[in-house]
Ligand binder design. Structure first.
Ligand SMILES: NC(=O)c1ccc[n+]([C@@H]2O[C@H](COP(=O)([O-])OP(=O)(O)OC[C@H]3O[C@@H](n4cnc5c(N)ncnc54)[C@H](OP(=O)(O)O)[C@@H]3O)[C@@H](O)[C@H]2O)c1
Length: 281
């Protein structure tokens, strides 16, 4: 018997009966197996769990004195603010139409007038319309960065006439030092940063088999490396938002966009990691 077998034997002898033991044979075997539930202790453990669950469910029952319950129509529900904690009975049998007040989400969004918002790579048409939308909702300080922005001075004048300060910096998000420098400049010259939107993108649609490394990196770098550099800076900053601009193509796939899809999904993962740490993403 080898030392490994002896050690395995010793470990096995210490394991409780209910442990599944997986060996190379069971992993490569041609039969499936199920966990056995056949010892008396296991069966009584299941019975105990069921009983506890049943008792919990019973304990959560509460009785209602029906004669004290007011009955209301769906219209009354929709028209009142319904803050009362008293039980109500909704008469769903009525066929009348009920008005519902729907507030579009953008109406509820407000941006702080004393904070800075950093729009990365969002100097194209989408970025300009987002910037304008933010200013209309209270944002006063916005920084827009990209490698070679072609924002018209007349557009900037128009937005600044609404009372906003919009700074456009030349910055390559794939250059870690340059990104850190841009961050330092913003911190030194503007109010604290409260939100970041990362939309830098290079598209180069082509079939995967035709791509060379340069093409892959051109598409990947702004989204993958750029997002990582930003996340490094804002790793544990309590931002109001950190938005990564992805695409439905990352989920559905799109012909010629496998690398674009992959780059976007890496941002999904980064956003998930940020959320797991308890920060905006
Ligand atoms: N528009 C859509 O319908 C749509 C749909 C789905 C997803 N999206 C997402 O939304 C985002 C913005 O899309 P868009 O339509 O506004 O694209 P766009 O007009 O092509 O803008 C992308 C911007 O990224 C900047 N950029 C590229 N590489 C950069 C780098 N290394 N550093 C800094 N900036 C860089 C470019 O500016 P410079 O050349 O000046 O660097 C460019 O203006 C993208 O992330 C995209 O994936 C857009």
């Amino acid at each position: 018997m080898s030392t490994a077998d002896t050690t395995a034997g010793e470990i096995l002898s210490c394991l409780p009966d209910r442990c599944d033991v997986v060996t190379l044979d069971s992993l490569t075997g041609d039969h499936s197996h199920t966990t056995k539930v056949d010892t008396i202790e296991q069966v009584s453990e299941i019975a105990r769990l069921l009983k506890t669950g049943y008792l919990h469910a019973q304990a959560e029952h509460y009785s209602v004195e029906l004669h004290k319950v007011r009955s209301v129509t769906p219209r009354e529900v929709s028209e009142s603010s319904m803050t009362s904690k008293a039980p109500l009975l909704v008469e769903w049998t009525t066929h009348e139409e009920v008005p519902v007040r729907v507030q579009p989400a953008p109406k509820l969004v407000r941006f702080a007038a004393d904070k800075t918002y950093w729009l990365v790579g969002l100097t194209g048409g989408l970025g300009l319309s987002i910037c304008r939308w933010m200013v209309d909702r209270g944002a006063k300080y916005i920084v827009m960065t990209s490698r070679n922005s072609k924002i018209e001075p007349s557009w900037l004048d128009e937005v600044e006439a609404l009372g906003a300060t919009v700074h456009v910096f030349t910055n390559d998000i794939t250059d870690r030092t340059a990104v850190q420098n841009a961050y330092q400049t913003i911190c030194a010259t503007m109010p604290p940063i409260a939100g970041v939107a990362q939309g830098a993108m290079v598209l180069q649609d082509m079939m995967f088999a035709d791509m060379d490394l340069d093409a892959v990196e051109r598409v990947m770098n702004p989204k993958v490396n750029g997002s990582i550099y930003l996340d490094e800076i804002f790793h544990d900053s309590p931002l109001d938002f950190f938005i990564f601009f992805s695409s439905v193509a990352a989920i559905s796939g799109n012909k010629g966009q496998s690398i674009y899809g992959a780059a976007n999904t890496s941002m999904h993962a980064l956003a998930a990691q940020r959320r797991q740490r308890g920060f905006a993403g």
